[in-house]
Design a protein around this ligand. Structure first.
Ligand code: AMP
Length: 503
């Protein structure tokens, strides 16, 4: 027997003294150092009475020890449940109860609040702080540097990732070893990662992007990461010359472009910039190429499916598209019954492949509503595919605005708004309207130092868009509300403007 995920990502590096993590402090951890840390933590977890299949919930800052906790869970056959550090104690209580986690690992600052709740739910609690201190590592420090890897099957669960839950309660997406491993293997090949790569890693590791896409890819090839606790512009600029690649959310790229210190010279050693988790403006893509000579490679995925599409490494990277379905991923654009639509039409993306999760933990009805019996997952993303197979996302299903019976895709309007003088970016939302059901409203952010002419913009839209698609109102705001992964929180905007036409 074996443990496919642990063996392929971690075990394979036993004895390697090559660098794995370059830290902001200047310290470097080799693959071997990391494996020893992992084994010590795995020993601790098993001494605490955890058994294969048990869940470990972790709400902790990003650090090598946090990553080692993920590795230790894989080695001990436990299910890792990373949680956004922004969640409140109330939210946490839901995740612990829903997942049945038997251990909660938290920052010492939150221990007093979380301990009684963990106890009431029958879970133990240990601490791990941003600097690596805490009861988990204190215990682990006394443990042996090796651990007998627990046998697992590729179909065994490796992690639960709770979805961001913009509507209703968040759901625990069950991801197997094979889900994670197959996707990492595909991405390594597609993006041509090797042991010679050093990835600039500034993403959080409680989310699929930073945890699975970025770290699994680097672990699979045995490369190194500059492992930064968060996106800090100064640190990114400092470390970029030693890196060969970066994975980021679109805001990483807009912030880099906003700083004059970010020059082509700084990117001389880089071979690949990747963007995902939220749409990259075509304008950012173009500006980035003008500044650095690099064309950002945009890809698309989600918690439940890992990565689904990518622009090609070699071949045309088309701005505004998320590229082509990845090898091993079947992707169709469907109507809401699951029937495939003619090429070029807008519909819902459905995907099938080894990358697709096993369902939502203890939510058979929600699983059945989104995962078809034939294995296709209904992503809820609205998109079209062109004749070359490139996919363009136009919004989420729930973003779709239906006004007077007509479908309106916000992206179509946003693209036009973004082109207007003085507009940096925009979001179009549907707002309840007494006559039309819903009406589109445009929220704009100005380019620094400018004041867009809203009347002029409304006039320009009236020439380009059918009347029913024209926003009934335009608003100027300082910035769009975004979550940590750079996604615009349209639900928040809808809440703000909900009474616009009805009060
Ligand atoms: P999450 O499960 O938090 O990773 O969010 C997944 C969602 O993010 C997808 O269903 C898409 O709506 C969105 N998303 C991810 N990557 C992209 C992209 N490159 N362009 C547009 N939307 C994206």
């Amino acid at each position: 027997m074996a443990n496919p995920l642990f063996d392929a990502l971690f075990g394979i590096h036993a004895g390697k003294t090559t660098p794995f993590l370059h830290l902001a402090s200047g310290e470097t951890l080799s693959h071997q150092d990391f494996l020893a840390l992992t084994a010590r933590i795995a020993n601790t977890l098993s001494q605490k009475g955890l058994h294969p299949g048990d869940r470990v919930a972790a709400q902790i800052e990003k650090s090598p020890e946090t990553l080692a906790l993920y590795a230790a869970c894989a080695q001990a056959g436990l299910i890792f449940l990373p949680l956004n550090t922004a969640y409140t104690a109330d939210e946490l209580s839901y995740f612990i109860e829903n997942s049945g986690a038997l251990l909660v690992v938290c920052d010492a600052r939150n221990e007093a609040t979380l301990a009684p709740m963990a106890q009431a739910l029958g879970a133990g609690i240990m601490t791990l702080n941003a600097d690596g201190s805490g009861s988990l590592t204190e215990h682990a420090d006394k443990m042996p540097d090796s651990f007998d890897t627990v046998d697992r099957d590729g179909e065994d669960l490796a992690a639960f990732l709770y979805t961001s839950g913009t509507t209703g309660r968040s759901k625990g997406a069950m991801l197997t070893q094979n889900n994670l491993l197959s996707n990492a293997r595909t991405l390594v090949k597609e993006w041509q990662f090797t042991a010679d790569d050093t990835l600039l890693h500034a993403l959080p590791i409680f989310h699929t992007h930073g945890l699975f896409v970025a770290t699994n890819v680097m672990l699979l090839v045995g490369g190194a990461m500059v492992f930064l606790p968060r996106f800090d512009l100064d640190a990114i600029l400092d470390h970029m010359p030693r890196a060969t690649s970066m994975m980021g959310v679109p805001t990483f790229y807009t912030r880099l472009l906003g700083d004059a210190r970010f020059t082509k010279d700084l990117t001389a050693n880089m071979r690949l910039f990747i963007s995902g988790s939220a749409p990259l403006l075509a304008d950012t893509h173009i500006q980035f190429e003008e500044r650095t000579g690099h064309r950002i490679l945009e890809r698309y995925g989600m918690t439940e499916t890992n990565m689904n599409t990518s622009n090609p490494y070699e071949g045309e990277r088309r701005a505004g598209t998320v590229g082509l379905p990845l090898p091993g991923v079947e992707l169709k654009i469907c109507d809401d019954q699951g029937a495939e639509l003619p090429q070029g039409e807008i519909g819902i993306i459905e995907v099938r492949g080894e990358n697709v999760f096993k369902g939502y933990w203890q939510m058979p009805e929600k699983t059945a509503a989104e995962l078809r019996e034939d294995g296709f997952f209904i992503t809820g993303d609205l998109a079209s595919m062109d004749e070359d197979g490139y996919v363009t996302i136009v919004g989420r299903n729930k973003d779709l605005i239906i006004s007077g019976g007509f479908n309106i895709y916000p992206k179509e309007i946003e693209l036009i708004l973004d082109e207007q003088d003085g507009v940096l970016e925009s979001a179009v939302i549907g707002v309840p309207h007494p006559d039309f059901g819903e009406s589109p409203v445009g929220i704009l952010v100005a380019q620094p130092g400018t004041t867009p002419d809203l009347e002029g913009i409304a006039a320009a839209l009236s020439e380009k868009l059918a009347r029913f698609k024209q926003p009934k109102k335009l608003f100027l705001v300082k910035e769009l509300p975004r979550n940590t992964m750079g996604k615009v929180q349209k639900n928040q905007l809808r809440e703000t403007y909900k009474d616009l036409f009805t009060s």
